[in-house]
Design a protein around this ligand. Structure first.
Ligand code: NAD
Ligand code: DAU
Length: 358
């Protein structure tokens, strides 16, 4: 039986967040007989609503808890007979890491270490079964910043993180790597570019711009707006991670990207025209009149670009969604799910907004 055909008991950390919850939906749809356990601390970024339509599903369990809680994880791995960990839980927003890095070190470094250490002991006790997996979901930001003519990041690009967020993710990547080389723990690392799609918290560029357009608020573009990101529809990221779990080789790193390099100002302009077309009764139309250049993010990386040749040639994965189609689907989701995002614009969110944008 191949790895993809075996029944798994999968622990998804951070499964109530943006990518984690999309991945839970993806996994439950494709592997309805697998046991799926979500461990999530429900920070400001975690939301039970993201999993509302599967909460009563057979073989699904939600546990509210912290990845830094070693006794909880030791117990959970044993009781649920976990065979695969897909580790998403993290503090994920660069601007928050600039305001307050502490939680980033705690969750991203100490939390990832705690999970790895617990899994190492559990895996040893289980007889070091070769089909077990620890997938560490990481970011292209660990590679630092590219100039316009630099080649895209490959798996051998040296790490050069520039924000407390990316430094904390780099630290956890190094631990995942070390656990393979030192203890043979079957870890795999993925480094992915910017995701977008449903359930994206409105602090991030795309949902923030869509919601501000609906509210007739300024659209804050950092610096000169010429920074470049590579955008990947979240469903494509989920299928890449599924491929890596089923076919990836322990000890390896796989870069995942969308082949969609776009300047921020161009992306915001595209969003404005799609919103003008799709959203009824906008307070300001054309919405691009709301674009406002604001103070740059400190240490703002200029360009990210991913060379995803390895995952394509070795595992056969390529992204399926075009940027235009993915953005349309995303905007439609935000228009149809206002009751999802409205409660997120809470007092805490307004305080955060004030700190970043003044
Ligand atoms: P998110 O902020 O939307 O979700 C993070 C989730 O982790 C939340 O549900 C939160 O409650 C949970 N969490 C935080 N601290 C925790 C703790 N101590 N214990 C348990 N749960 C905790 O993040 P996201 O955008 O979905 O990113 C998920 C992962 O993917 C992260 O590891 C991130 O670094 C990585 N990643 C994100 C992107 C992107 O574009 N968003 C791209 C590449 C990689
Ligand atoms: O590259 C992968 C990373 O993508 C992930 O590891 C992170 O978890 C995820 O948050 C994302 O990081 P970015 O910093 O690239 O995403 P963000 O949406 O915050 O910003 C995208 C770009 O838009 C970036 O160049 C900063 C700019 N920006 C962002 C915001 C929130 C603005 O110009 N204005 C804004 O208000």
């Amino acid at each position: 039986m191949s790895l993809s055909e075996e029944k798994k008991s999968i622990l998804i950390t951070g499964g109530a967040g943006f990518i984690g919850s999309n991945f839970v939906h993806h996994w439950c749809k494709n592997y309805p007989d697998d046991q799926v356990v979500v461990l999530d601390a429900l920070t400001y970024a975690g939301n039970r609503e993201n999993l509302a339509n599967i909460k009563d599903k057979k073989h699904f369990k939600f546990i509210q808890g912290d990845i830094c809680d070693r006794p909880l994880i030791d117990k959970l791995l044993k009781e649920e007979k976990i065979t695969t960990i897909a580790h998403f839980a993290a503090e994920s927003h660069v601007d928050r890491s600039i305001i307050g890095p502490d939680a980033f070190i705690q969750t991203n470094v100490i939390g990832s270490f705690t999970l790895l250490e617990s899994f190492r002991h559990y895996w040893n006790e289980q007889g070091k079964l070769k089909d077990y997996r620890f997938l560490h979901v990481s970011t292209d930001e660990v590679y630092g910043s590219l100039e316009a003519d630099d080649p895209a990041f490959s798996e051998t690009t040296p790490y050069a993180p520039n924000s407390p967020y990316s430094a904390s993710k780099a630290g956890s990547d190094h631990l995942a790597r070390a656990y393979f080389h030192t203890y043979n723990v079957p870890t795999i690392i993925t480094n992915c570019s910017n995701n977008y799609g449903p359930y994206h918290f409105p602090e991030k560029l795309i949902p923030l711009m869509c919601i501000n357009i609906l509210l007739g608020k300024p659209l804050p573009v950092y610096g000169d707006g010429q920074n470049i990101r590579d955008w990947l529809y979240v469903g494509d990221h989920c299928s890449a991670l599924e491929t890596v779990i089923n076919k990836g080789k322990p000890g390896e790193t796989y870069n995942i990207g969308g082949n969609n390099e776009v300047k921020n100002i161009d992306l915001v302009t595209i969003l404005c025209s799609l919103m003008d077309e799709l959203a009824p009764d906008l307070p300001v139309k054309p919405s691009k009149e709301l674009i406002t250049f604001v103070k740059d993010r400190p240490g703002h990386d200029r360009r990210y670009a991913i060379d995803a040749t390895k995952i394509k040639t070795e595992l056969g994965w390529t992204p399926q969604e075009t940027l235009e189609k993915g953005l349309r689907k995303t905007i439609e989701w935000y228009l149809n799910n206002q009751s999802w995002w409205q409660p997120l614009l809470s007092k805490d969110y307004q305080e955060y907004y004030q700190k970043v944008y003044g």
